[in-house]
Design a binder for this molecule. Structure first.
Ligand code: ATP
Length: 284
């Protein structure tokens, strides 16, 4: 499904949560939506999922506005950090409700994941631990098979092994049938290899939208003496530089071969660090 975001803004009183964001997601891919606290990620995902209205601009999904549009929202599943489900429902009732709502619901997958995460179908949501409640969210998100599945920090309380399982199944499901998955997380290094494209929000604006592989290949850390590195980066696009004891490291956009040819020390930059540098850069 094609997602078009056109000059999208959302204002809460005098706070611009989103400010004139525009971009298009044409293809089913796994998108990483990154940014510091308060950057506007959740706000965007809620507008995309038809849960709240924009102040101005619009999000169109295959040309239609998702707000108050049940036919369209059957194709979108948003799993948030918590409070996805009514506390008094039993796990089996949650699954039933979502299975009615999502036309492509995969009951077999849901049951398999219930066993995988050791959830009790008869337990009420309010009796689940934080991690178990997150597991239920993940199960619903995956089993919905919604063509647009959005995970907003979906794993509070889940331990590392359970998160790893989630990434594995997400990837398996995605490989079996491509769909648009938008994944917002602060555990970037843990999931960055899943991302095919990365979007970075900063203070309500989109500061970067790039294929993850290009980002990995076209950014690098170059280090050497201050003189060497300063000379090298003169005509380069520098994300950040730092010095220590006569040595300098600069984070640079571009082709790394040139730096290697000059005998400088070249390394990749983890996406997590890149995000920190990019969102540090004022007016990036
Ligand atoms: N319902 C609301 N009322 C008032 N302000 C809000 C509301 N929801 C969000 N905001 C503000 O809008 C801005 C963007 O918030 P949002 O939750 O979209 O950010 P985020 O990128 O998801 O942050 P985090 O990573 O902390 O979850 C923040 O300044 C936040 O305080």
């Amino acid at each position: 499904m094609k997602i078009e975001v056109k000059e999208l803004s959302k204002k809460y009183r005098d706070k611009n949560a989103l400010h004139q964001i525009s971009f298009t997601l044409d293809e089913p891919k796994i998108y990483g939506l990154l940014g510091r606290n308060g950057a506007g990620k959740t706000t965007f995902m809620e507008i995309l999922s038809g849960q709240i209205l924009a102040s101005s601009g619009e999000v169109l999904i295959n040309g239609e506005n998702p707000f108050d549009n049940q036919k369209l929202t059957q194709s979108i599943c948003l799993i948030k950090e918590g409070q996805n489900f009514k506390k008094d429902l039993k796990v089996k009732h949650v699954l039933k409700i979502y299975s009615y709502f999502y036309p492509k619901w995969d009951e077999e997958l849901a049951q398999e994941l219930i066993r995988e995460y050791n959830l009790n179908l008869h337990a009420k949501v309010k009796t689940l631990s934080k991690g178990m409640e997150s597991a239920l969210g993940i199960i619903v998100g995956l089993a919905s098979k919604a063509p647009i599945t959005v995970f907003d920090e979906p794993y509070i309380g889940l331990d590392a092994a359970a998160r790893k399982k989630f990434y594995e199944i997400l990837l398996e499901e995605y490989e079996a049938e491509k769909r648009t998955i938008i994944f917002s997380t602060h555990l970037i290094d843990e999931v960055s290899l899943l991302f095919e494209e990365v979007l970075i929000f900063q203070e309500g604006s989109l500061v970067l939208k790039e294929e993850a592989e290009l980002l990995r290949n076209n950014t690098y850390a170059v280090s050497g003496t201050i003189e060497e590195v300063e000379a090298f980066i003169q005509d380069k696009e520098v994300i950040q530089k730092k010095q220590l004891a006569g040595m300098m490291t600069a984070y640079v956009y571009g082709e790394k071969q040139e730096a290697k040819n000059q005998g400088l020390n070249v390394e990749g930059i983890p996406i997590q660090d890149l995000m920190i540098y990019l969102t540090d850069r004022k007016g990036a």
